[in-house]
Design a protein around this ligand. Structure first.
Ligand code: 5GP
Length: 206
């Protein structure tokens, strides 16, 4: 019997370190990770097919028309989208799959997959977030302002998430998110097939 996999959406303010949290969850605990497509140019060290599928606007729009995305959105002037195929294959194999996407996309996922688990990673304060964004050195002042403006919009939707985890200490944040996912998998609603199979087995045994 294949246990149902969970679809886990992780969002958080830009610069909060959610990318690191997600990478570690995948490396340490073997979660599947959905690789998104984007029209934003790669940052230093980013590899096509690993961080993102980098494409131009034409390619992205073709994929929209073809119905290749579960959800897509425009974020700070670029397109971002979740390819459908891998997510559905992964869930079909009973795996837990993580989508690291922004708030609008998360809401679209919740509509299509009401059982999805939504986790928001927050910074302890906006001051610390600003420092992190500046320290990353990949964006100028104007871009940082844009990202903080976006964070203001995202903060309005934080309460739509099932859990909010503060990334103050990285190890603690990773352990907390993992624990949330583990306990989510044990919900009664996620184990109805198992409950039935145990009852059947008892019947056959006695
Ligand atoms: P970044 O440019 O910093 O890599 O990502 C910008 C934002 O886009 C982040 O909040 C990230 O979570 C989000 N994002 C990445 N991939 C997707 C996607 O496939 N769909 C949506 N809706 N957002 C995404």
């Amino acid at each position: 019997m294949i246990n149902k996999g969970s679809l886990i959406v992780i969002s958080g303010f830009s610069g909060v370190g959610k990318g690191t949290v997600v990478k570690r969850l995948v490396a340490d605990y073997g979660y599947d990770l959905s690789v998104s497509a984007t029209t934003r140019p790669p940052r230093d060290g980013e590899v096509h097919g690993r961080e993102y599928f980098f494409m131009d606007r034409g390619e992205f729009e073709n994929l929209i028309d073809y119905g290749g995305f579960i959800e897509w959105t425009q974020y700070v002037e670029n397109y971002y989208g979740t390819p459908k195929k891998y997510v559905e294959e992964s869930l079909g194999r009973g795996k837990n799959i993580i989508l690291e996407i922004e708030v609008m996309g998360a809401m679209k996922i919740k509509e299509q997959y009401p059982e999805a688990l939504l986790i928001f990673i927050a910074a302890p304060s906006i001051k610390s977030l600003r420092e992190r964004l500046a320290g990353r050195g990949t964006e100028n002042d104007a871009a940082i302002r844009k990202r903080l403006k976006k964070a203001t919009e995202e903060a309005a939707d934080m309460e739509q998430y099932d859990y909010v985890v503060i990334n103050d200490d990285l190890e603690e944040c990773i352990a907390t998110v993992h624990a949330i996912i583990q306990s989510y998998a044990c919900r009664k609603a996620n184990n109805m097939d198992f409950i039935q199979s145990i009852k059947n087995e008892l019947k056959e045994t006695l």
